[in-house]
Every structure is written in structure tokens, then in C-alpha cells.
Design a protein around this ligand. Structure first.
Ligand code: PEP
Ligand code: MG
Length: 579
């Protein structure tokens, strides 16, 4: 009988291969009393283990090919840095002294204390950094008890084409295993935001995390199917299922190869309209993925992620370094840096402390509202973005604008910061294009105002839909109401596109709707010529653009805009998508 295990699929694709169970061994730790005169020896044993762990990571770091993107080696560097941190090195030493206990127990106590701190964090990204602490702790622990992980850099015969089953994988191990040619991996622990998951996505490695169990019936060498799209691992399957999955796998590979051929081709519709197709990025590794997918630039750089995975606030110089590193990676391609969109679901410890608890944070002090109230947070970012504009084609974009007054206030502040930089003789682009996100219905309804005063607009459908339909985008209970095809949403989008045309302000769309192939023909028919999408969606969208003739889709798009019956809208969209 076939066995099926489900978990969270964290990158696309199907992998079929032989199981390689990575024996990581359980680590059971007990407290042992250490006689007073042996405490210093115990401390030395602990310090030796930390040194060995450091040594091991350096070996792994050096065995990764030089062509590996810097972001991947960064993960290993993070673990190396943790081995320098007193939280993991000095604190256990103190515990050994105070409690006169064994090194393993001291390390366990310290690990549990750190895990508690991470668990209490609101920010899901920061919470998953607990995994990094665990990976480093387990490395030291295994050295202490003489039970070491074996991802031997030399042993790649059995690993080639294998599907690795492990309790957990560190980013370092993942990078190494990929180098050894594995087809995919499945881990019992881990989540979609952990570094290992981010890495798997950026390496294009099919993977499933968080399965919780891996039944013992699945043995080393068994042929299994890893379906990362469904988040399922299938074992002991009949030959018909295996054949079907091999067919699906071939189909996916063929589709990917075909899509990859589009990488260097311009995004032009079947009847010759040039479409501007750029990418949305959050983390530095997304910029590399965007380049690999042949993006013509970055249409949305969500800078708040720079503020989210940490406990302090990045100052102007640090922000400048980050923006410049992205500008450099883009080698002359344009980038739109969005100013901070903190607040609501995007929490950060950088947010100024306040006694006030908002009952509706999505409608509260978020994004530009927060920045205008706390200019001490905003000014350093404006300075950093402006200074980065001296080194490449940088555009600046303001999120969540809703009124003329707010826009005037931002523009005055930007002017003031420009004057300040000028006085300080710091270089920047005086003519840096300034754009605004249209994501509040009020802004869409008065889009002409924003089109007149700004250099470009970008429609943030994620929020525009949330605010238009009055549904919290992060509340599962109302997800069923989230409808990009609602007549109100479509008409607002059309108003923004038309306002941009009237005042010669380019209009892009950077919400998820832009990256969903179901809506590409409709949006092209509505006159949208600028799409900013997640790097993984880019080639799929380009493919639809190539197969679409604007002249054919405009009429039906206009009919859809006049419809208010949702059934008819879907029917006509089907017609459009079959053209
Ligand atoms: C949007 O609202 O569509 C958007 C792109 O911004 P974010 O998802 O970051 O709120
Ligand atoms: Mg938004």
C-alpha cells in the first residue's frame, strides 16, 4: 500500500529518486554534576567544541563552489557569526561555573532560554531565526557527545539524484547537498520562512518541510516521489502512479526549458506592444532570482524587510550600503525602492513605541502615515535612497497615499532632504523619479490628482482589494471574499490606468494580481503595459504576453468592465483566456 506524507511545499517541482536518510541521531541530554576542581576542564571541553564547530563550518564554507551566490554563503557566515556571539559561547561557560554542571546541560539551558525569547516575538521572520540558533547549538552538541552529522563533502555517489530525508537541515548542509547533486529534500521540522526554505527556493530545489514524521517504512534506497507543489511525499507507489508522475515531471521540465528560452526575449505582445516586465523583491536573494529570470529591473523593493529581521534600526549608512548592493547587482537596470511600509501585519521592532493600541491596524498608522509622523525614522531612509540614486537608476515610491495633503507633505519633506544633502555636498539625483502606490480606494478614485503630481503610479492590488472590499487580507475567515474580479476593483484599476494616460504618468501594477496569469490578458486589454511580479512568476507572465494580441482582448476587457454579474465576468474571462 502506498504511503503519503504531507508537509509544506517550499519550492516548485516534482522530484523522483531514491531515499537517502540523513542520520542525524537523536541527542538526549542529561544534567551531570561536575566536581568543583573539574569545572575549568569542563569549560575547556565546551570551548574546544565551539572551536571545532567553527572549523567544520569553515570547511563547509570552503567546499562550496565559488559560483554559488553570495546569499547562500551568507547563511553559513551567519552561523559562523553566531559561534562568535557571547549568547552561545560565553553564557554556557557562566552556567557551567554557576551550576557546576556538564557542558551539554549548560548549552541546553541556554538554548531553551534563547528559544523562549524567539517564540515570544511577533515577527514571523524573526521567530524562524530560532532555527538558526538550533542548527548551531546542535552542531556544538553533537561534537560534545561525539555524534556528528555526516554530510561529508566528499561522499557524493549515493547522494546524486537522491531525495534526502532528514529531521532538519541547516542552510550550510542544504547548500552542500545541492552541490552533491540531490534531487530534493524533505524535513520533519522547519517552516516556509526559515533560511533553509528561502535557500531551497532560490536554488530551485524541490523540497517539503514540516512533515513532523517520516515513517520508518520508508527505507534508504526506496524510490519516492516528492511533489513540492502539493507538499506531498509518496512512497511505495504502484507503477501507474510512478509513470504518471514521470510524465508530469517531464512536462514540467519541458515547460521550464521553454520558459527559460524567453529569459532574454523582450516582453512584447503578439501584435507588437512593448510591455515593461519587472520584478518585486523583498530579500537580496530575490534580486538574484529576478536577474536569473531576465527581469528588466525591479518595480517594487519592499524595504521594510530590512527593518524586520532584527532588533535594532538600520541607520542611514547601513541602508545606503544595502541599496547600493542591490543597485550594483542590477548592473544598470532600474530599481524602484519603496519607502517603509511598516505597520498593520508588517510588524517591526523599528516601529516607534506607542501606548496606543489600534483596533484596526490596517486602517491605522501604517506606511506613509507612520513615516510622516515619525520623521526621525523616515529622514534617514529618504537620505539613503537619494544617495543611492547617485549610483544608478533609482526611483522612489511612496506606499499607501490617500490624500493631496499627505502627498504635498511627503514632497516637501523630500525637497527638504535634497537641500540638506546638497548643503552637505553629498551626491544624489536631483531628478529622481518619485511615484506613489495606489492602494487605497480614495487614491484610485482621485487618481488624476496623483498622476498630475507624481512621475509614476503603481497599483498595489493586495491592499486595494482589501480596502475596497473591506476584508482583512490576513484574516482566513474572509479570504473567500478576496476577489480581484469584483467589478468595483476592476473599475478602480481602470480609472488609475486611464488617469496615468491622461497625465502621461506611467502606471504599473505590483500587487499579486499582476503576477497571476489568469488576469494577464484582462489587464492588457484594460491598457496596462507595466507589470511588476514575483521573480518566479515572471517568465509565465511573459509567455502569456507573447501569446496575447491587444487588439483581440480590448473589446472583451471593456465588456467585462461593464458587467456587474460575477458569473458573466468569469464566463467572459474564460473566453479571453482561451484566445
Ligand atoms: C500591494 O498592496 O499590492 C503591495 C504590492 O504592497 P504590499 O503587498 O507590500 O502591501
Ligand atoms: Mg500594499
Amino acid at each position: 500500500m502506498s504511503i503519503s506524507i504531507s508537509g509544506i511545499g517550499i519550492s516548485h517541482g516534482i522530484a523522483i529518486g531514491a531515499v537517502y536518510r540523513l542520520e542525524q541521531g537523536d541527542v538526549e541530554v542529561y544534567e551531570a554534576a561536575i566536581p568543583k576542581d573539574l569545572v575549568e576542564d569542563e569549560i575547556s571541553r565546551f570551548r574546544r567544541s565551539v572551536r571545532t564547530a567553527r572549523q567544520q563550518l569553515k570547511v563547509i564554507r570552503n567546499s562550496i563552489p565559488e559560483t554559488t551566490p553570495a546569499d547562500i554563503t551568507d547563511f553559513i557566515d551567519t552561523h559562523l557569526l553566531m559561534l562568535e556571539d557571547s549568547m552561545l559561547t560565553a553564557a554556557p561557560v557562566e552556567l557551567i561555573r554557576q551550576r557546576q554542571c556538564n557542558a551539554e546541560w549548560a548549552l541546553k539551558i541556554q538554548r531553551d532560554a534563547l528559544a523562549k525569547v524567539f517564540d515570544e516575538m511577533d515577527d514571523p521572520y524573526l521567530r524562524t531565526r530560532k532555527d538558526d540558533v538550533d542548527h548551531v547549538v546542535m552542531r556544538i552538541m553533537r561534537i560534545l557527545i561525539g555524534k556528528e552529522t555526516h554530510t561529508d563533502p566528499q561522499d557524493n555517489t549515493r547522494l546524486r539524484g537522491a531525495i534526502v530525508l532528514a529531521h532538519d537541515l541547516t542552510p550550510a548542509e542544504t547548500a552542500l547537498l545541492q552541490h552533491q547533486g540531490i534531487a530534493g529534500f524533505v524535513t520533519e521540522s522547519g517552516g516556509p520562512l526559515a533560511h533553509t526554505a528561502i535557500l531551497a527556493r532560490s536554488l530551485g530545489l524541490p523540497a517539503i518541510v514540516g512533515t513532523h514524521i517520516t515513517p520508518h517504512q520508508i527505507r534508504d534506497g526506496d524510490t519516492v516521489i516528492l511533489d513540492a507543489v502539493q507538499g506531498a511525499l509518496l512512497a511505495d507507489v504502484d507503477s501507474a502512479t510512478l509513470r504518471e508522475y514521470r510524465r508530469l515531471q517531464r512536462q514540467q521540465q519541458k515547460h521550464r526549458t521553454e520558459l527559460n528560452r524567453l529569459k532574454d526575449q523582450p516582453a512584447v505582445t503578439g501584435d507588437g506592444t512593448r510591455i515593461h516586465l519587472v520584478a518585486n523583491v523583498e530579500l537580496r536573494e530575490d534580486v538574484l532570482a529576478a536577474r536569473r529570470a531576465g527581469a528588466e529591473g525591479i518595480g517594487l523593493y519592499r524595504t521594510e524587510f530590512l527593518f524586520m529581521n532584527r532588533s535594532d534600526i538600520p541607520d542611514e549608512e547601513e541602508q545606503l550600503r544595502q541599496y547600493l548592493s542591490v543597485v550594483k547587482t542590477l548592473k544598470g537596470l532600474p530599481i524602484t525602492i519603496r519607502t517603509l511600509d511598516l505597520g498593520s501585519d508588517k510588524k517591526s521592532s523599528a516601529e516607534p513605541a506607542s501606548e496606543h493600541v489600534s483596533a484596526n491596524p490596517a486602517l491605522g498608522l501604517r506606511a506613509i502615515r507612520l513615516c510622516l509622523k515619525h520623521t526621525d525614522l523616515f529622514r534617514p531612509q529618504l537620505r539613503a535612497i537619494l544617495r543611492a540614486s547617485a549610483k544608478g537608476p533609482v526611483h522612489m515610491m511612496i506606499p499607501m497615499l490617500s490624500s493631496a495633503h499627505e502627498l504635498d507633505e511627503v514632497m516637501a519633506l523630500i525637497d527638504d532632504v535634497k537641500q540638506e544633502l546638497h548643503r552637505e555636498r553629498l551626491a544624489f539625483d536631483w531628478n529622481i523619479p518619485i511615484g506613489g502606490m495606489i492602494e487605497v480606494p480614495a487614491a484610485a478614485l482621485s487618481a488624476t490628482l496623483f498622476a498630475r503630481k507624481l512621475d509614476f503610479l503603481s497599483i498595489g492590488t493586495n491592499d486595494l482589494i482589501q480596502y475596497t472590499l473591506a476584508i482583512d487580507r490576513v484574516d482566513d475567515e474572509v479570504t473567500y471574499l478576496y476577489d480581484p474580479l469584483h467589478p468595483a476593483v476592476l473599475r478602480l484599476i481602470k480609472m488609475v490606468i486611464d488617469a496615468g494616460k491622461q497625465y502621461d504618468a506611467p502606471v504599473a501594477m505590483c500587487g499579486e494580481m499582476a503576477g497571476d496569469t489568469r488576469y494577464t490578458r484582462l489587464l492588457l486589454g484594460m491598457g496596462l503595459t507595466d507589470f511588476s511580479v514575483h521573480p518566479t512568476a515572471l517568465l509565465e507572465i511573459k509567455d502569456v504576453i507573447h501569446h496575447c494580441r491587444i487588439a483581440d482582448v480590448t473589446g472583451i476587457a471593456n465588456n467585462i468592465l461593464e458587467q456587474d454579474d460575477p458569473v458573466k465576468i468569469i464566463e467572459q474571462l474564460d473566453v479571453l483566456n482561451k484566445m
